[in-house]
Ligand binder design. Structure first.
Ligand SMILES: NC(=O)c1ccc[n+]([C@@H]2O[C@H](COP(=O)([O-])OP(=O)(O)OC[C@H]3O[C@@H](n4cnc5c(N)ncnc54)[C@H](OP(=O)(O)O)[C@@H]3O)[C@@H](O)[C@H]2O)c1
Ligand SMILES: [Zn+2]
Ligand SMILES: [Zn+2]
Length: 418
């Protein structure tokens, strides 16, 4: 019957409507199938650490997948067959059940004459899911999501799961759970990890820096070192040997210092820039860590990057210093050799002045977004930071001679030698 209806629709020139509907149903079913797998996947990882032996045994249907493609992103051939006999059929059955459940739910809201078409697209989806897993089994489990990287490249996607993202799940099995769309990880806040990271921060004695440090400590970081203004670094020319040593052993550099009055250009732009250049120049990744991950830089920006200075001279200078950093920030954001997070904060209470929210609030929201994988981090109650995202993405031009971070030392164009 639906075939006749389809024919009629085609004759009436509504082919585009029908095709769009078919694509929408397919995406919905396929997405539901992978989401169902993500939930089971998450529960199996929980079971793996359960005190109940039976649950630990059950979790092995998925653990074999991690034994087959391990934390170092190496294939262990002795688990290939086991992976094909347990984990891949599990993945397939979860997808089939999830897609079928979504069709059942959809049929409640569809009219009787629409259901037949929806069911046909479900059958098509189930066939595609089946064929995909059969092909993966045929390939010995070596699909495009499992690549033995020596160094995990920058992940440019933010909705779909690619090999860079899935590699991180194998390196940190309790994080990066999603298999196709990242919705599950966004919900749980498992789209990033700070585990084993050596963090170096400026502004640790400031309101935001101190609050952020508290948040970081609860995320399993390996160490947090402070670079203090007036002790480790002074301005863009004067940096202590200890500071260089610290930067060498750093995975994530967080620039949380700042000045509201006085020589703001020096503190907010020149010093920040110089510290990033020195980080690129001296950073040495831990040789024992395989595979390598990219270094990260987090810079604490402000909503002043988009809103006016309301006629205030000092705010104008502060604004200029924060805006001056943006082309450099954009080149880091675009760079393949570093992960850059641009944190844009609305006003909070600190030595800089009073506000309706605290630094603890700002730090909590910063980490809430970062756990969801954001590179541009809007922390706002005014909405300016959301607007600024479009400015940052489409209007700010990256510096042409950007920095290049590399494992063996620096490649910095146009920077001063220390
Ligand atoms: N407060 C706000 O409403 C607000 C709003 C948006 C964005 N922000 C940004 O958030 C960041 C932190 O602000 P905050 O309010 O937490 O500041 P804060 O409490 O005034 O602390 C700033 C810290 O910066 C360091 N510092 C002081 N003078 C410096 C200089 N001349 N050069 C380099 N570093 C210097 C000091 O850290 P050490 O003593 O540890 O060296 C100081 O504790 C800044 O980048 C600021 O622009 C603030
Ligand atoms: Zn995998
Ligand atoms: Zn897993």
């Amino acid at each position: 019957m639906w075939l006749i209806e389809c024919k009629n629709l085609f004759q009436e020139g509504q082919a585009a409507v029908l095709c769009s509907l078919a694509v929408a149903y397919f995406i919905f079913y396929y997405f539901s199938g992978t989401l169902f797998f993500d939930i089971i996947h998450f529960l199996l990882h929980k079971c793996a650490r359960s005190r109940i032996r039976l649950l630990r045994q059950i979790s092995k249907v998925h653990s074999v997948h991690h034994w087959y493609f391990d934390r170092h992103l190496h294939y262990n051939e002795k688990y290939r067959i086991l992976n094909a006999l347990t984990n891949l059929p599990l993945e397939l059955s979860c997808q089939l059940v999830g897609s079928w459940l979504s069709e059942r739910a959809l049929s409640w809201i569809l009219q009787r004459d629409q259901r037949e078409f929806a069911t046909t697209i479900l059958h098509l989806t189930l066939i595609i899911e089946f064929i995909r897993v059969v092909v993966v089994i045929y390939l010995g489990g070596r699909d495009t999501s499992h690549i033995s990287f020596h160094s995990v490249p920058k992940d440019r996607d933010w909705i779909l799961v690619g090999p860079e993202y899935h590699s991180l799940h194998h390196m940190y099995p309790d994080q990066f759970m999603s298999s196709l769309f990242r919705l599950f990880d966004w919900t749980l806040g498992t789209s990033s990890t700070l585990k084993n990271k050596r963090i170096t921060m400026t502004g640790v004695n400031g309101a935001f820096g101190a609050a952020l440090k508290k948040e970081l400590k609860s995320d399993g970081v390996e160490s947090i070192k402070a670079l203090r203004y007036g002790v480790d670094f002074f301005d863009d020319d004067s940096v202590s040997a200890e500071c260089i040593k610290t930067l060498r052993d750093t995975d994530i550099l967080i620039l949380a210092h700042g000045l509201r009055y006085g020589d703001v250009m020096k503190a907010n732009y020149e010093t920040s820039r110089r510290l990033v250049e020195l980080f690129a120049q001296h950073r040495k990744p831990l040789e024992s860590r395989r595979p390598q991950e990219l270094p990260e830089v987090w810079y604490v920006g402000s909503e002043i990057e988009i809103h006016p200075s309301w006629g205030s001279k000092s705010l104008g200078a502060y604004s200029a210093s924060k805006r001056r950093f943006l082309p450099f920030a954009k080149s880091l954001y675009d760079s393949d050799s570093v992960v850059y997070r641009h944190i844009v904060l609305a006003a909070f209470s600190s030595r800089m002045g009073p506000a309706i929210v605290s630094a603890d609030w700002a730090a909590r929201w910063t980490m809430w977004w970062i756990r969801r994988g954001l590179k541009y981090v809007p922390v706002t109650y005014t909405g300016f930071a959301y607007l600024n995202f479009f400015k940052f993405l489409f209007k700010i031009k990256a510096e042409v001679n950007g920095l290049r971070f590399s494992g063996d030392g620096m490649k910095v164009e146009g920077s001063k030698d220390v």
